[in-house]
Design a protein. Sequence first.
Length: 131
Amino acid sequence: MATVNLIEYEDASPEVRAIFDDIRAVRKTDFINNFWKALANHPTSLKRVWNDIKEVFAPGELDPLVKELIYIAVSVANNCDYCIHSHTANAVAKGMTAGQYEELMALIGMAHQTNGMATGMKVPVDPEYLK
């Protein structure tokens, strides 16, 4: 259950509607997901987060699918159920295969395991890695 009301387009302020319209235009869809509807309770945050998302997902050195895979990995590490589902759907839409997803999950699991071991043993960082 959400801890805030989800603001639907028809109930939104003109400022929120403008941001929702931009989300629809940029994503080429009529769908506004619940994350944005929740953020709409605080239009300043909605605008800031949407602008930041547009910036980090803009064309750049990383392929759009790679960006989604990284977002999934961070979402798993942070235990964000919503983001795991949202960005997995985005990755599938960008061409992620079942095999890629399985490999990604294996990689995330291995990183989680070895990160925990290295952290628990307080392994000093090799000087070669600090150059």
